[in-house]
Design a protein around this ligand. Structure first.
Ligand code: 25A
Ligand code: L14
Length: 338
């Protein structure tokens, strides 16, 4: 008989946390008891879950009594402090921050790609960066057929990835611009409405941003291949939801466009949308609210003998964050790894 689990969502009032509650409900996750945790700023606020009201509690060291599964999305410093506490109390943590992703003893998991990595968990499982998740869901099935040697990625990332305040900032600036008012800014260093910012995360000494290096390092860890050459440019765009990626891949053996389409049309979690003549290709506004990773514009790279170009779009709050975390929790239950 199916049983229910005691689940905690840390950062439940944030953009990702709210999506986690929604995904748990939509997928009928076996919840016995749900605890919504956030900072003292949100204490006492009411959230909805499965038709009932849920009172937000302040996160403390004693929040995890009796909790079996804890989904974290409150930033890296909260995760560093509280995930080990939750794990020690016997919960299995699925952590959406960058805190443990590159830690050797922490599995970094995308269920379609490396579900086996879950077996070695020691209480904490890391949920990858949103841009990385949609990339590996689309690339790994090709890598399994003809080894991918090199990836060149340019991203077009939605503001919802930054969180609630950034969603508000794009809304406000758009209104201000269209009514000829002065632009106010708080979250991003420059105006984001009607603009592009080639800057996601902090700049590192090598000239890349944190987000660009997450794509490089996390992709290699999840695909379990340190030899893949990867380079990325990450750009923030004035889109509310869904990240898009223009990707060029170079494979060891030649693969035809037709074969790539065939592989991807059978790949789990992928939908091929590729009829350019009918103006069908993935769009961020269409991917928003959907669970799958959408791939289109599949074509030969004219500049190299073994190259393929494609366009990959997915909802960054769902497959890029909340959905992937809940799918990991579902696998933990299925494989009796709690
Ligand atoms: O460090 P990282 O991993 O890079 O992540 C940094 C941030 O990116 C988002 C997420 O922001 C995260 O905090 N994020 C992370 N991974 C993401 C992904 N894959 C991602 N976004 C997209 N895709 P967020 O705004 O979506 O969520 C923040 C949540 O975390 C809770 N929280 C923050 N500090 C906490 C904490 N919970 C417990 N203890 C802490 N110390 C936060 O709850 C929210 O749920 P909250 O109660 O702090 O905030 C909700 C209310 O407070 C307002 N508010 C927010 N910040 C401030 C503030 N008010 C005043 N001052 C502030 N500094 C909000 O508007 C809201 O009303
Ligand atoms: O590492 O700002 O999960 O779009 C995801 C959202 C990093 C920042 C992560 C954004 C964050 C990113």
């Amino acid at each position: 008989m199916a049983r229910g689990y005691n689940v905690a969502v840390v950062g439940a009032t944030g953009a990702v946390g709210k999506e986690m509650l929604k995904v748990l409900e939509q997928r009928n996750f076996p919840v016995r008891n749900l605890r919504a945790l956030a900072s003292e700023r949100s204490e006492g606020k009411m959230l909805k879950f499965a038709g009932e009201s849920l009172k937000v509690e302040r996160l403390t060291t004693s929040s995890f009594e009796g909790i079996e599964i804890a989904l974290f999305s409150a930033g890296a410093s909260v995760s560093r402090e509280f995930s080990p506490i939750a794990a020690k109390r016997g919960a299995v943590v699925v952590d959406n921050s960058k805190a443990f992703r590159m830690d050797k003893n922490t599995p970094l998991v995308v269920p379609e790609v490396n579900p086996h990595a879950l077996r070695s968990h020691k209480g904490i499982i890391a949920n990858p960066n949103c841009s990385t998740i949609q990339l590996v869901v689309a690339i790994n099935p090709i890598h399994q057929r003809v080894k991918v040697k090199k990836l060149v990625v340019s991203t077009y990332q939605a503001v919802s990835g930054t969180g609630k305040e950034a969603i508000r900032e794009l809304t406000e600036q758009s209104k201000q611009l269209l009514s000829r008012q002065k632009i106010t800014k708080k979250v991003y260093p420059h105006q984001i409405a009607f603009n592009l910012l080639p800057h996601i995360g902090d700049f590192l000494p090598n000239g890349y941003t944190e987000e660009e290096m997450k794509l490089v390092n996390e992709t290699r860890k999840i695909m379990e291949d340190e030899s893949i050459a990867i380079t990325a440019t990450c750009v923030r765009v004035p889109v509310f939801n869904s990240h898009s990626e223009a990707v060029t891949l170079e494979t060891e053996e030649k693969i035809s466009v037709e074969e790539v389409r065939k592989i991807l049309s059978r790949a789990p979690g992928v939908i091929v949308e590729d009829s350019p003549g009918q103006e069908i290709y993935p769009l961020p506004i269409k991917a928003a609210g959907r669970d799958e990773v959408f791939v289109g514009r599949i074509r030969e790279d004219l500049s190299s003998p073994n190259g393929i170009n494609m366009w990959i779009v997915a909802d960054n709050l769902r497959k890029g964050a909340a959905l992937n975390a809940v799918q990991i929790a579902e696998l933990l239950i299925e494989q009796a790894l709690l």
